[in-house]
Design a protein around this ligand. Structure first.
Ligand SMILES: NC(=O)c1ccc[n+]([C@@H]2O[C@H](COP(=O)([O-])OP(=O)(O)OC[C@H]3O[C@@H](n4cnc5c(N)ncnc54)[C@H](OP(=O)(O)O)[C@@H]3O)[C@@H](O)[C@H]2O)c1
Length: 284
């Protein structure tokens, strides 16, 4: 059994989607490094199960659980209220939760689900936590994107995929990269850094809940060829904790190495326009 070390003693980390896959492996490793870890999960029972497993394996008792459905803006706002009720600082925010849907569906806010969960949720959550992050500086934001962003394009006139439901996952992950770069510029001089990453092809529960029983098995089989969640979490953990990336901001990482993202992601005008539209969509 692993024991807790003190590398991140006194640091408070919030990890979304922490009950499963890459998020759970990230939460465990950060707990093993001695951090206070706040797990954000949408299902309390599954969250509690993961929390108890992480506490036992890491021997770290400062692992907390907050429940939130990131497809709901009200739930995200309540999450931030709960967090701020219990904590005065936040040193690492890991926007990890994500999902993919084969058919178009809408959130309680009337927004397209993939775009809302994968991109608008981290956009809103991060914005609501910016003051506490700045007050805790040096602090880090880590956004889990995907190399699928390279196949994405931003349809500013159809962000909700009302006309074409195609490449919505890719669009959402490209939006995460554009958001990361715009936010890095806006955070210059605050002591808060923000980077994004591709975790690799990882064997998790990803995209298994939205398909029927036949495709479920197929998706599970394909997924099983992926690397382990522990390996998939390495770049998130590196960006959240390594002294090597102290002060590094506005970059995209693969296997803990800074890489160029898709050419379109560097379009500053697009970054700004997306930001402005997103702020309206989440009522900021
Ligand atoms: N696996 C890969 O090969 C791969 C490749 C590139 C990028 N990624 C990205 O890596 C991240 C983690 O995915 P994973 O592979 O670890 O998949 P996973 O095992 O399915 O984990 C996804 C996590 O996100 C949570 N989540 C989904 N929708 C949510 C919502 N509405 N509210 C709150 N939480 C929600 C899930 O909660 P539930 O358990 O309740 O569903 C789960 O904890 C995602 O952003 C994904 O896009 C994964």
């Amino acid at each position: 059994m692993s024991t807790v070390n003190s590398t991140l003693q006194g640091k408070i980390c919030l990890v979304t989607g922490a009950n499963s896959g890459i998020g759970k492996a990230t939460a465990l490793e950060l707990a093993q490094m001695g951090a206070t870890v706040v797990m954000v999960c949408r299902d309390r029972a599954r969250g509690e199960q993961a929390r108890s497993e992480i506490t036992t394996k890491s021997r770290n008792n400062t692992v907390d659980l907050l429940q939130a459905d990131l497809s709901s803006q009200q739930s995200i706002r309540q999450l931030v209220e709960h967090f701020q009720h219990h904590y005065t600082h936040l040193h690492m925010l890991i926007n990890n939760a994500g999902a993919a849907f084969t058919r178009r569906r809408e959130t309680v806010d009337g927004l397209e689900m993939t775009f809302a969960v994968n991109y608008l949720a981290p956009f809103l959550l991060t914005d609501l936590l910016l003051d506490v992050l700045k007050g805790s500086a040096p602090a880090r934001i880590v956004n889990v994107s995907s190399n699928s962003h390279e196949a994405g394009y931003i349809k500013l006139d159809d962000l909700q995929a009302e006309h074409h439901y195609r490449r919505t996952y890719e669009q959402s992950k490209l939006a995460v990269v554009l958001f990361t770069y715009e936010l890095a510029r806006r955070l210059q001089g605050t002591g808060v850094t923000v980077n994004c990453l591709h975790p690799g092809f990882v064997a998790t529960n990803f995209a298994q809940s939205d398909v029927g029983p036949t495709f479920h098995l197929l998706v599970k089989l394909i997924g099983s060829f992926g690397t382990s969640p522990e390996k998939g979490a390495k770049t998130s953990i590196y960006l959240a904790s390594s002294p090597e990336v102290e002060g590094v901001t506005g970059k995209y990482f693969v296997k803990s190495i800074s890489r160029r993202s898709a050419a379109i992601s560097y379009d500053e005008s697009l970054q700004r326009q997306l930001w402005e539209q997103s702020a309206k969509l989440v009522n900021l």
